[in-house]
Design a protein around this ligand. Structure first.
Ligand SMILES: C[S@@+](CC[C@H](N)C(=O)[O-])C[C@H]1O[C@@H](n2cnc3c(N)ncnc32)[C@H](O)[C@@H]1O
Length: 277
C-alpha cells in the first residue's frame, strides 16, 4: 500500500471523530511507525509501505478511530517543546498549561533556591520541566493516583530529571513548607462532564472532576496551603476560563495578597496567583 492510499483510508476511518484532522493525524501515525520526519512523509506519496509497518499503521488508525486520543495512541505528548511519554494512566499535558509554567518560572526569580511543590502531578510534565529549567530549585510533586505516578517515573527516567514524586491525597503526606505551591487541579463541574468531548472522557476521571461547582480542589488546596507555604510564599493555579472570580474570592478569604490573573493566548483567564501575606 502507498502512503497516499493509507491517508485515504485514514480519512475514511477518522471522519466521524470530533475535532480531528484525519490527514494530519495519518501523517503523524505513519511518521511515528516509519521513524521518519513528517516532512519526508509529505514528500513520499508514492512510497510503498512494507507489510509489517502497514499492519502497525492500520492498528494505530483503528485504535484512533475508536476515539482514543492521538497522544495515547502514539504514547507521546509535547510540553514546553519537550517530548513526554503518556498513556491513559495520566492526563495529557495541555498547551494551555504552559501559562502555569511561565508564571511559575517568573515567580521563581524572586527566590534564590526556590522550594516548589506541585499538587496533582499527572504525567509529571510541569514538574520535570521546572526541574530542567530551574537550576537552583528543588521540585517535589505529589498525586493521589499511583497510575499517574508511574507515568511520572517513566518521564523522570526519559529526561534524567530529579523531581521528588510521591503519593499524597492533597497535603496528607506533605511534611515541609515551600516557597511556591502550584496546581492544575481537576476543575470541571460535575454537571459539565457529560458535555466535554468524548476523547477527553478517555482521560482519568479523577484528573477532571472538580465537584459540583468545579471548585472543590481550589477550596481545599487554598485552605491547606497556608500551613505548607513559607511566609511570602506563592500559590499558583491553572483555572477554568470562567473560574477566576470564584477562585479569587477563595484566595482572598484565606488572606492571600497581590492576587493576579494571567490570560491565555485566546484572552481567557487561565492562571491565578497570590502571595501568602
Ligand atoms: C488536571 S490533572 C493535572 C495533571 C498535570 N499537573 C497537568 O497539568 O498535566 C489533576 C491531577 O490531580 C490529581 N489528583 C486528583 N485528586 C487528588 C488529590 N486528592 N490529591 C492529589 N492529587 C490529586 C489527579 O490524579 C491528576 O493527576
Amino acid at each position: 500500500m502507498k502512503i497516499s492510499e493509507i491517508i485515504k483510508l485514514s480519512n475514511e476511518k477518522l471522519k466521524n471523530i470530533e475535532y480531528v484532522d484525519p490527514t494530519r493525524e495519518a501523517i503523524e501515525i505513519i511518521s511515528h511507525v516509519l521513524l521518519a520526519d513528517e516532512n519526508e512523509i509529505l514528500l513520499s506519496n508514492d512510497l510503498e509501505i512494507n507489510d509489517n509497518d502497514l499492519e502497525e499503521i492500520k492498528d494505530l488508525i483503528e485504535l484512533r478511530s475508536s476515539g482514543e486520543p492521538l497522544q495515547y495512541v502514539l504514547n507521546r505528548a509535547y510540553f514546553y517543546n519537550r517530548k513526554f511519554y503518556i498513556d491513559n494512566r495520566a492526563l495529557i499535558p495541555r498547551y494551555d498549561t504552559e501559562h502555569l509554567l511561565y508564571r511559575t518560572l517568573e515567580i521563581s526569580k524572586d527566590f534564590k533556591n526556590p522550594d516548589i511543590l506541585e499538587v496533582g502531578a499527572g504525567s509529571g510534565a510541569i514538574s520535570i520541566t521546572l526541574n530542567l529549567e530551574l537550576e537552583n530549585a528543588r521540585i517535589e510533586a505529589c498525586d493521589i493516583s499511583n497510575d499517574a505516578l508511574e507515568v511520572c517515573n517513566i518521564n523522570q527516567e526519559l529526561h534524567n530529571s530529579d523531581v521528588n514524586f510521591f503519593y499524597s491525597d492533597l497535603f496528607g503526606n506533605v511534611v515541609k513548607k515551600y516557597d511556591i505551591i502550584i496546581s492544575n487541579p481537576p476543575y470541571i463541574k460535575k454537571s459539565d462532564l457529560s458535555l466535554i468531548p468524548k476523547e477527553t472522557l478517555k482521560e482519568p476521571l479523577n484528573a477532571l472532576d472538580g465537584g459540583e461547582d468545579g471548585l472543590d480542589f481550589y477550596k481545599e488546596i487554598t485552605k491547606e496551603s497556608i500551613d505548607y507555604l513559607k511566609d511570602g510564599g506563592y500559590l499558583i493555579y491553572e483555572i477554568g476560563f470562567d473560574e477566576a472570580y470564584d477562585v479569587y474570592e477563595i484566595m482572598n478569604k484565606y488572606e492571600f495578597k497581590n492576587i493576579n490573573i494571567d490570560k491565555d493566548f485566546q484572552n481567557l483567564d487561565r492562571v491565578i496567583y497570590g502571595k501568602k501575606g
